[in-house]
Design a protein around this ligand. Structure first.
Ligand code: ZN
Length: 198
């Protein structure tokens, strides 16, 4: 244990995801020895993120403007919306470069044990985006776990009353994996998403 400010910093850094006690101590000691300008840049960056980054008023993505760059991009297909749980999911799909439509961030998934129902998610805002009839397809890309599947089922049921085509990502088995080690959800989804090989 160090004392005072140094231990406080170690404790704070240790609260960050993926940072264990050893890493927190190494970072704190590094910052103690670092050039003042370097530390200044770090604190400025942290404050800037806190002060400038907000949620897109349309899709819920992270942005510094009222609307995010994807919503503002006229080249993005407005007839397809891909629904994800978190802004980081948008980054993952964008990195794959296979999707040219728009997004909608729910802000989580249905999780009754933790008190999260449809009303706690941005589902009302999603329905609002469908009112002008431009959107033809909703791709549900919630996580392939219990909560994500529950959310996908709820959305599919809700959207079926509106007449918008709803699709779900076909989750595959991990490449290089053994069938016997796949969990039942993955296996079930892989079965559902099977394709004709002829
Ligand atoms: Zn947006």
């Amino acid at each position: 244990m160090y004392e005072g400010a140094l231990q406080d910093l170690i404790d704070e850094l240790g609260q960050l995801p993926g940072v264990g006690p050893k890493s927190a101590q190494r970072m704190a000691l590094h910052l103690l020895e670092a050039e003042p300008e370097d530390v200044e840049r770090l604190t400025t960056a942290i404050n800037a993120v806190r002060n400038q980054v907000k949620y897109c008023s349309v899709c819920g993505n992270l942005t510094e403007d009222d609307e995010c760059s994807i919503c503002r991009d006229p080249r993005r297909d407005p007839s397809i919306i891909c629904v994800v749980q978190e802004p980081k999911d948008i980054q993952a799909i964008e990195n794959s470069r296979v999707f040219r439509g728009r997004y909608h961030v729910l802000g989580g998934a249905i999780d009754p044990i933790h008190g999260i129902g449809p009303d706690q998610l941005r589902i009302r805002q999603l329905l609002g985006r469908l009112s002008d009839g431009v959107v033809q397809e909703i791709i549900i890309a919630t996580n392939p776990n219990i909560e994500g599947e529950a959310t996908a089922s709820y959305l599919a049921r809700t959207l079926s009353t509106i007449g918008v085509t709803t699709t779900r990502l076909a989750m595959g088995l991990p490449v290089g994996g053994d069938l016997e080690y796949a969990d039942s959800i993955t296996l079930g989804r892989a079965m559902e998403g099977r394709r004709n090989m002829s």
